[in-house]
Design a binder for this molecule. Structure first.
Ligand code: ARG
Ligand code: ZN
Length: 872
């Protein structure tokens, strides 16, 4: 706690900072926990019986976290305590216990239908469900809510038979018993000790798509995906992904499932994507339900990736969990790396890599360069929910990927085998992981550890020179560590750079690709036998999460965009060409786009490239990346203008006909989810988007036809997105049709909100405000809020409209939702936190909104932490 001078009045909610260095083992452990739920939406009674024993921590009272609970009774050793025997204040129930073990019983009452934060036990539609990570379990029952306390759970669920026919929890089920009074009950037993954040319970009218999986040792696992009755057929894709994930983890990491039951439940109200509760994953329905009429190819891909992610947590997260929340990346970075590898193995690996890097750069590089920068193992936090960040997840995954690259496949596997062998059943640390990889893979990671402590994206500077007489090339590399908040030191990092040289005349690769390990601040590397002018291809496959600044002669990027044999590097060369142009243009410097047009048309015409790759390669870089490149004093309007100009130029260079041909090609074939078919649809969407850089009659008609004849959501969304950005009668018709067609499907209606909020035609703020008045809008459903308000925040000309009305609007919405769901509210502060990038008038307006939020009465600590840090 911060010390305040005696005369200062404390802020409305003094912020408590938790520091990593303060970790202490627990004073008390809970080997067994028996919970009984008398379930009801209005009122649920939770009775807990905990066996507690002293732990290795400092001797002291038993402190149970307890939040938003109505405490009915407490007893120790069977003796009921009176209110003077314990203290219950500041969300803690403190009990003084003689001796080294005891049985502690509590009874509490909670109100699931008033739980709008969606943490703890809450109601979604008619379903009761739980979310406990990170600190939601304390909103269910008093408990030492920290991940290093592992308990064996038995859970009895009692509820009305008609309203809650299905009752699920972790582990294996017992018999469903009728209680004779309209209620029934069931007991679930989870034999695996687990931290309380992995607890889950679900009750409701649910139906399951069922299947089974036989593990490598012959265990038959009953699989169920539970949804609203009628939706079972829409779970096929998720089920396929689940079975593929179970097989993949056996094959790739030697990891087998460990219970007889694995259930997934889909709910409509959920704060994020999904949750890996032991044997009972709970999902945002958006990441379960899919059929070709309602889900885009991206939705299908996301579903498979998230099903895999949560399943993989069974070993990386559940069997081996985190000692404390500072170790979050131990499970999240590793599990993201695992789900990325799974997706790469089930589709186009090159395209998957390109998409993952794009996400990393847009979200994580921005975070790492701004006021909220933190290392993948942070040193402190106020609200842990705010640390489920792109840095922990995506940069965390890149750090694991670098270790895998340094080790090579076989040694990496030896490292992970050792990790599982050493730490199964434990609450581990990032250090445990690094040591296991070091020992198992025979690597020296002493310098590499800085990736865990130092924040900020390193820059690698690269210059290649050629000595024609000596036939040698010299590569000079240096690294810079940025000066960001919480930098945690700026010592040289250990950076693996996949590197190759190409011959300018021959167009061929000169020798093999090399893995250069940059460890020093600066270094020179010689290449022999270089007969022709070499061209540098570096950080191939994005082998390290760094920014590369290479000195290049004119034409080198164009050369690489045509000749590089690493698909990522080839994509990168095109992105660089476009980024350079956009940066200059946004600064008001003229620039000829001939090289870009040439590269785009060549790429579009190169039939040896697959469609999905061609689509990615010709996409213009996101506005936010250009903003970051320019760095300071950016005019957001100039960035939008530059992007529009480039796209018009690309369109006229590529020609309408070429794009029309792509849009027409391969339509009307039968629908499938093969990489080829998905690639065709992706390229069609990207081509249509480019055509709408300057849409004529023909483009409008093509989009309208694509919409009307679509037999799948990918084409339909592509057409609607294009039209939504145009000022036409077809826009109005198609948007109305879409709503009428899909009005009963919330996940599809979210798309309808997002498309309009992101459309750049007209006045985006007015459009968004108009949509807020729509009967389907609700700020209390996180998906809907994200769809509309998140869509608007990503609308560059709308959000950054001159005068700051967009900023004011976002701050208002954050304040509104903060009263309902602080965790969700806090996620939307980051766009305002980017003020340092922008021109003075924009920056001042953004700062003013951050300050206005901080001045608002009753602000949550979630939003407070984000706003405070954003202003600092
Ligand atoms: N562990 C979940 C996952 O698979 C996410 C939990 C997010 N929790 C939170 N408080 N934001 O990634
Ligand atoms: Zn996860």
């Amino acid at each position: 706690m911060d010390i305040l001078p005696a005369d200062a009045s404390p802020p409305p909610q003094a912020s408590h900072i938790t520091h990593r260095k303060d970790y202490q083992p627990p004073a008390w452990l809970v080997p067994d926990a028996a919970l009984t739920f008398d379930l009801g939406a209005k009122r649920t009674k939770v009775s807990a019986r905990l066996n507690v024993v002293r732990g290795a921590g400092p001797r002291g009272p038993l402190i149970l976290n307890a939040e938003a609970l109505e405490l009915l009774s407490v007893s120790v050793g069977g003796r009921k305590l009176s209110a003077d025997d314990y203290s219950y204040a500041d969300d803690r129930l403190t009990l003084v216990i003689e001796g080294d073990e005891a049985v502690v019983e509590t009874e509490v009452r909670i109100a699931p239908d008033r739980n709008t934060q969606l943490m703890g036990l809450y109601a979604s539609g008619g379903i009761l469900c739980t979310q406990c990570e990170a600190e939601g379990f304390r909103r269910i029952t008093p408990f030492p809510d920290r991940p290093d306390i592992l308990s064996r759970y038995t859970v009895t669920l009692r509820a009305d038979r008609t309203d809650y026919p299905v009752l699920l929890s972790n582990g294996d089920p017992g018999e469903l018993r009728d209680l004779g009074d309209g209620r029934h009950e069931i007991m679930w037993t989870d034999p695996h000790p687990k931290p309380c954040y992995l607890f889950a319970a679900v009750a409701g009218k649910l139906a399951a798509l069922k299947d089974s999986f036989t593990t490598m040792s012959g265990r038959i696992v009953a699989l169920g995906i539970w949804v609203r009755p009628g939706d079972e057929p829409r779970c096929q894709h998720a089920m396929r992904a689940l079975k593929d994930s179970m097989a993949w983890d056996e094959r790739t990491y030697g990891r087998e499932y460990d219970l007889d039951v694995f259930n997934i439940v889909a709910v409509d109200d959920f704060n994020f994507g999904a949750m890996e509760n032991k044997g009972l994953n709970i999902f945002n329905s958006k990441y379960v339900l899919a059929d070709r009429e309602t889900a885009t190819d991206t939705d299908f891909d996301n579903i498979a990736a998230i099903v895999a992610h949560e399943y993989f947590h069974n070993w990386t997260g559940n069997r081996i969990t985190c000692r404390d929340w500072f170790q979050l990346s131990l499970k999240e970075g590793l599990t993201v790396f695992r789900d990325q590898s799974f997706s790469a193995d089930h589709g186009s690996a090159a395209v998957k890599r390109i998409q993952d890097v794009r996400t990393l750069r847009i979200a994580q590089f921005a975070e790492d360069a701004g006021p909220l920068a933190h290392s993948i193992r942070p040193d402190s936090y106020q609200e842990i929910s705010n640390f489920y960040t792109s840095t922990i997840y995506n940069k965390g995954a890149e750090v694991i990927r670098m270790m895998a690259t340094l080790a090579g496949a076989e040694r990496y596997r030896a490292g992970t085998d050792l990790y599982f062998e050493r730490h199964d059943g434990e609450a581990a640390t990032c250090e445990d992981w690094i040591s296991a990889i070091e020992d198992g893979a025979a690597l020296d990671l002493s310098q590499f550890r800085r990736w865990y402590t130092q924040a900020g994206t390193p820059t690698v500077n690269a210059t290649l020179t050629h000595d024609a007489d000596a036939r040698t090339a010299t590569l000079t590399l240096s690294q810079d560590l940025p000066n960001v908040p919480n930098a945690g030191g700026r010592k040289p990092m250990h950076i693996p750079l996949k590197t190759a040289l190409f011959g300018r005349e021959s167009g061929a690769r000169l020798g093999k690709e090399r893995l250069i390990e940059l460890k020093d601040a600066a270094v020179q590397i010689d290449f022999g036998g270089i007969e022709e002018t070499p061209i540098l291809s570096i950080n191939r496959a994005f082998s390290a999460p760094v920014s590369v600044k290479a000195t290049r002669a004119p034409g080198e990027l164009a050369f690489l965009s045509a000749h590089d044999d690493d698909p990522f590097a080839r994509y990168e060369a095109m992105q660089e060409l476009m980024s350079d142009w956009l940066v200059k243009r946004a600064r008001g410097e003229g620039e000829d786009a001939a090289a870009i047009i040439d590269a785009v048309t060549r790429t579009l015409d190169d039939q040896s490239l697959d469609d999905a790759f061609r689509a990615e390669a010709i996409l213009t870089p996101a506005d936010t990346l250009i903003v970051d490149r320019i760095g300071t004093d950016v005019s957001p309007r100039a960035v939008v203008q530059a992007r529009r100009t480039l796209r018009k130029t690309m369109l006229s260079g590529a020609g309408h006909e070429r794009l029309m041909r792509i849009i027409e090609s391969g339509r009307g074939g039968s629908f499938d989810l093969s990489p080829e078919a998905k690639g065709k649809r992706r390229l069609r969407a990207v081509a249509l988007g480019l055509l709408f850089a300057d849409p004529g009659e023909e483009a409008i008609a093509a989009a309208a036809a694509l919409y009307d004849k679509a037999d799948n959501m990918t084409d339909r969304m592509a057409a609607m997105t294009a039209l939504a950005g145009s000022d036409t009668a077809e826009r109005v018709r198609v948007l109305a049709d879409f709503h009428a067609r899909f009005r009963s499907d919330a996940n599809v209606i979210d798309k309808w909100f997002t498309v309009q909020a992101m459309a750049e035609t007209g006045d985006p703020l007015a459009t968004t405000q108009h949509l807020m008045a729509h009967e389907d809008y609700s700020a209390s459903n996180p998906n809907r809020f994200r769809a509309l308000i998140g869509g608007f925040a990503a609308n560059m000309p709308g959000f950054h409209a001159e005068g700051g009305a967009g900023y004011r609007f976002l701050a208002d919405q954050i304040l509104t939702v903060d009263r309902i769901n602080p965790q969700t509210a806090a996620r939307f502060v980051a766009p305002l936190g980017r003020w340092r990038r922008f021109r003075q008038d924009d920056a001042a307006a953004m700062r003013a909104e951050l300050q206005r939020m901080l001045d608002a009465p009753g602000l949550s600590k979630d939003v407070r932490e984000m706003a405070e840090k954003s202003l600092a």
